[in-house]
Design a protein around this ligand. Sequence first.
Ligand SMILES: *Cc1c(COP(=O)(O)O)cnc(C)c1O
Length: 336
Amino acid sequence: MHLSRFPRLQFAHLATPLEPMPNLSKLLGGPNLWIKRDDCTGLAGGGNKTRKLEFLMGEAIAQQADTIITQGATQSNHARQTAAIAAKMGMECHILLEDRTGSKDVDYNYNGNVLLDQLFGASLSKFPAATDMNAAMEELASELRAKGKKPYIVPGGGSNTVGALGYVNAAIELLTQANDMQLKIDHLVHATGSAGTQAGLVTGLVATNSQIPVLGIGVRAPQETQEGNVFKLAQATAEYLNIPGAVKREDVVANCNYVGEGYGIPTESGIEAIELFAQQESILLDPVYSAKGAAGFIDLIRKGHFADAENIVFLHTGGSQALFGYRQAFNLPEYS
Ligand SMILES: *Cc1c(COP(=O)(O)O)cnc(C)c1O
């Protein structure tokens, strides 16, 4: 696949490391566990949105945009990474935050990613849960155009065909690493939300005939909706790459049993996953995405779901900056 045909800015620190997790593997007693460190993509603390933004910002520059508009939840990692690259490109950045949790916690509303959005100079505005955020972005874009600006809208999570190319690229990168290390990957597991990461990975892994199955652990929608969203975007991404029909419905698998009460609301199993990864492997997860993904990963290993597998890779999609917005989710002892 020839991704150089598409506009792209190269600012991510790639290739991200593919590392073993010996302590966690031993503790869980199943297959060998590996981690693909997309928390280390470099931009503003890293995360999966950086790979998507390489292609999205490439398109924005190609269209001569001078202003970026995007949206996300209050503690959006996507918003942080977008604000950061907009700053570097000398572009104005408007971030529309949807208050999906209704939390009044000061840390949630002002610390973590929100603090960083503001440090990168983005202007923030807040919308109630269930607002039509795409319509809100279009409305702002019209207002800015009327003022002579050239806005470019980055969709929520950077999840469209252009953004998904970042994860087609990640699939090729992972495959190259696995081949160089003579590592036979039996499964790839990661947290799935706005669908771009899984859609890109599935498209890339199918198009390269890797035969590596991908399991997305949902963080918001029920399984049928999530798989439907991923499949739709994967199909569109394959078309964009000139391989229409390459992705089959059965290539898209999500498990949405680890969402808990809802998007952005921490779960007990997610908190356990954060503590396990931190204390066994010195790796920081986040309560919204990677912890729920890891909770599914851990639970399925404990249940013997991957019994025949030799090597499983967990894709770390980043997000630890959100930890500081969620101090109250942890039952940590006082000290004196
Ligand atoms: C956005 C995000 C995800 C989900 O990726 P999608 O492409 O939106 O499905 C997973 N983990 C983290 C930390 C994220 O910020």
